[in-house]
Design a protein around this ligand. Structure first.
Ligand SMILES: [Zn+2]
Length: 165
């Protein structure tokens, strides 16, 4: 004899049924011979196996399954660690910076270096007080802002590796 955990569909009453075999169970169900002892309904089917219904172990990972994952946790970096140079620069950024540096070299080779008088000289060129030419030099951010407000184009030049020498 096999014991099946059964459940009626209308009211979900749980009860046990004894059968000679699974085929015997199927045959009795098909002929409506199995009825719920509580409500008498013959709409009866096998309940889920009890370990799966009552047990919660299958709902989540067991502690043994969690443990390896916890081991992969990345340790927090010590405070003050800088990640700025941890990875190579983005290829596109590196290319753009290289182009800027190339432009800076070209400007320096063709333009007149005017040093810290850049804003003053740029203004004189703009207003026709001196020979029109390309210049480069140093300027404070507020000076550049004033130049731009006056319609004088000024662009920052990136530092070049040779500047460090
Ligand atoms: Zn019932």
């Amino acid at each position: 004899m096999i014991r099946f955990a059964l459940r009626c569909r209308p009211d979900r009453h749980d009860f046990d049924g004894w059968f000679r075999s699974n085929e015997d169970f199927e045959a009795q169900i098909a002929r409506g011979l199995v009825a719920c002892p509580v409500c008498g309904s013959d709409k009866v089917g096998k309940a889920l196996m009890r370990p799966a219904v009552s047990g919660t172990k299958r709902d989540g990972p067991t502690p043994a399954e969690i443990a390896p994952a916890a081991g992969t946790e990345v340790a927090a970096p010590p405070p003050g660690t800088s990640f700025a140079n941890a990875e190579p620069p983005h290829p596109e950024l590196a290319k753009a910076f290289a182009r800027l540096q190339a432009l800076a070299r070209e400007v320096r080779s063709k333009a007149d270096y005017v040093g810290p008088k850049f804003a003053e000289e740029a203004r004189r060129i703009h207003y026709g007080e001196t020979e029109a030419r390309q210049i480069y030099g140093e300027a404070a951010p507020n000076e550049v802002k004033e130049l731009l407000n006056e319609g004088i184009t000024a662009m920052p030049l990136p530092p070049l590796p040779e500047d460090k020498n």
